[in-house]
Design a protein around this ligand. Structure first.
Ligand code: ADP
Ligand code: MG
Length: 246
């Protein structure tokens, strides 16, 4: 067995537990021993400077990228030990991902983009469309249902991407700067909808953000610096580093 240090109560076991993740792209060491726990139903903010490894961490935790070393445990299974088929099924059924740069399908309307994960999971077309419409409504973009991504603003696309990530009722949602293209008011609306959904359905949310006001919606915040996760906000880390250097 691995040497884990969680609370002894089984109820407190994290949904996702990453230990010692490393990942390099050529000479760039995106992760250098990152460890993190995401508990069931919690909203966890990850903050850090540009290039600190936030997106890479999200990709490793959600099974999109395999780390060079380290482990990601999800509900008792190690992602690295799963077959591609099992991993795909898990990503489809249990995880929702909002990518930093949207990644909506350009040929599909907003409604069809949101309905797609349901169709892939075997939901009937009419039911999928109805649920997709409800989720667009929740994020304030029902009026854009018939538009393709090219015809929407960045903020509207981000809301559609959030609806798509949540429509299947995942156990964990990974959101990479979901309010990055939104003004303050729209950001508040999106965060309120996201946190409300998480609370209501017990969905765990890993929220990557630059914005302290957005991080304030989370139950807990950790910082990442040079590919290593530290407890507490990134702001505190930067101040501490400045003290050591100064
Ligand atoms: P963040 O999301 O915090 O801005 P990233 O995880 O995107 O950070 O990147 C961390 C480091 O890894 C950066 O130096 C970045 O240039 C590098 N990196 C990330 N993804 C790739 C990639 N696909 N190819 C090459 N370098 C990458
Ligand atoms: Mg990023």
């Amino acid at each position: 067995m691995s040497t884990r240090h969680e609370e002894p109560s089984p109820g407190a076991a994290p949904l996702i537990s990453a230990r010692g993740l490393t990942k390099s792209y050529g000479r760039a060491e995106a992760l250098r021993g990152a460890s993190l726990d995401l508990r069931a139903g919690e909203v966890l903010a990850v903050t850090g400077a540009s290039g600190s490894g936030k997106s890479t961490l999200l990709h490793c935790l959600s099974g999109i990228v395999r780390p060079d070393a380290g482990t990601v445990m999800y509900d008792g299974e190690e992602l690295g030990g799963l077959s591609e088929d099992r991993l795909s099924a898990l990503r489809r059924d249990d995880f929702g991902v909002v990518f930093q740069f949207g990644h909506l399908i350009p040929e599909l309307t907003a409604l069809d983009n949101v309905a797609l994960p349901l169709l892939l999971a075997g939901t009937r077309r009419d039911q999928a469309n109805e649920r997709a419409g409800e989720w667009l409504e929740r994020f304030g973009v029902r009026g854009q249902a018939a538009l393709r991504p090219g015809g929407m603003s960045g903020g509207q696309s981000q809301r559609v991407a959030l609806a798509r990530a949540l429509v299947t009722g995942p156990r964990a949602v990974f959101a990479d700067e979901p309010t990055g293209a939104l003004d303050a008011l729209a950001g508040e609306q999106v965060m309120t909808a996201l946190v409300h959904t998480a609370r209501e359905s017990g969905t765990a949310v890993l929220l990557i953000t630059h914005d302290a006001q957005v991080a304030a919606y989370a139950d807990r915040e950790v910082g990442i610096r040079d590919g290593v996760v530290h407890s507490g906000p990134a702001e505190a880390l930067a101040q501490e580093a400045a003290r050591h250097e100064g």
